[in-house]
Design a binder for this molecule. Structure first.
Ligand SMILES: Cc1cc2nc3c(=O)[nH]c(=O)nc-3n(C[C@H](O)[C@H](O)[C@H](O)COP(=O)(O)OP(=O)(O)OC[C@H]3O[C@@H](n4cnc5c(N)ncnc54)[C@H](O)[C@@H]3O)c2cc1C
Length: 314
């Protein structure tokens, strides 16, 4: 019986990298495939909304908590078969990467140093760094269709993976259950170099305070040019990144608002696209800061920033 596995009033802040958020009214750890259909059926009968939580590293949860059923993905199995890595959506990217590295398999080194992120969350947002993304390794993804109440499989192409985008994000009908990643055999020392480069980059660039990573998406150069050609030529043209975009962090930095605080929340001095929790920050303050930044960038440059982080359970 699924009801026996569901807990009530579980605090979610410790399950997020922001360390912010109130309790889930109902809380269920998903380890077994069989529990999924039953959990959705129970929520439908009780007229309760369902939310899917991975590692909580890309979202903000309301201070008042989530009035619904929060399903936390805990199917953490990860197995190597030849050059393939089969992993549950609840496996962390860190574990998947270290398993790959210990088998001399390359493809996930870019993710080294990202805290808590799971395979499911990384596929949904097509996580990426240094020009490599989940899209480069995904072979297939197994998911549960909430509408059709059945499991199915998408090939890489069917996942419609793009910059911070996928079919799973476009359409909330899907719960990602597992994935097969296709990796490449490489000499251990070459893999190790990439892992260390990635960890060192993050240690140097990322603030040492709770955050949800980059808050805003990077911008298309065409968009910046069309909206503010003088600024584009003067400030940003020379800084188009490896993935062909202009860093939102650079734009916020140029707006001159780095270090700005609202309550316990601050725009990081190390990386302007990180809004950090200095200790007692609240979700409300994060939201105020997001709208402050958007308004400043709009007023000063005529550019509209878009959130990369997600509002969970609002
Ligand atoms: C310090 C730091 C550095 C970061 N650096 C990077 C970086 O370099 N590159 C990058 O791309 N990201 C980065 N991130 C952001 C984040 O780690 C990634 O976006 C990550 O992929 C999110 O995974 P998650 O499991 O934490 O998802 P969550 O934050 O738990 O969830 C994100 C969204 O995915 C949904 N979701 C989660 N699991 C599933 C599932 N199984 N099925 C369906 N939907 C699901 C949730 O409902 C939510 O809408 C960073 C974050 C931090 C804190």
């Amino acid at each position: 019986m699924i009801k026996e596995k569901i807990k009530e009033n579980i605090f979610l802040a410790p399950l997020t990298t922001y360390r912010i958020g109130g309790p889930a009214r109902y809380y269920l750890e998903i380890k077994e495939k069989n529990d999924i259909e039953e959990a959705f059926a129970w929520a439908k009968k009780e007229k309760i909304k369902v939310y899917i939580l991975g590692g909580g590293s890309n979202l903000i949860i309301p201070d008042a908590g989530v009035d619904g059923l929060v399903m936390v993905m805990k199917n953490e199995l990860a197995v190597i078969r030849g050059e393939r890595l089969e992993c549950g959506a609840g496996a962390t990217l860190a574990r998947a990467c270290s398993l790959a590295v210990s088998n001399n398999l390359s493809g996930l080194e870019w993710s080294s140093g990202i805290p808590r992120a799971t395979i499911g969350g990384a596929i949904r947002g097509n996580a990426e760094a240094f020009g490599t993304s989940m899209a480069d390794t995904i072979e297939t993804v197994e998911f549960f269709s909430i509408k059709n109440k059945k499991f199915d499989i998408f090939s890489n192409r069917m996942c419609k993976l793009g910059y911070r985008q996928s079919i799973f994000k476009e359409n909330n009908n899907y719960l990602i259950w597992s994935a097969v990643l296709r990796l490449k055999v490489k000499p251990a020392k070459d893999i190790q170099v990439l892992v260390e480069k990635s960890i060192n980059f993050r240690k140097k660039r990322y603030p040492n305070l709770p955050s949800a990573g980059s808050v805003f998406k990077n911008l298309e150069p065409e968009y910046v040019k069309n909206n503010n050609e003088i600024l584009f030529n003067r400030e940003f043209k020379a800084h188009i990144g490896r993935e062909g975009k202009i860093s939102a962090g650079l734009i916020i930095d140029k707006a001159g608002i780095k270090g700005k605080s609202i309550g316990g929340i601050k725009i990081s001095l190390e990386h302007a696209n990180f809004i950090v929790n200095t200790g007692k920050g609240t979700a409300e303050e994060v939201i105020m800061m997001i709208s402050y930044i958007k308004q400043q960038v709009r007023t000063k440059f005529g550019l509209q920033l878009q959130e990369e982080i997600e509002f969970f359970g609002f």
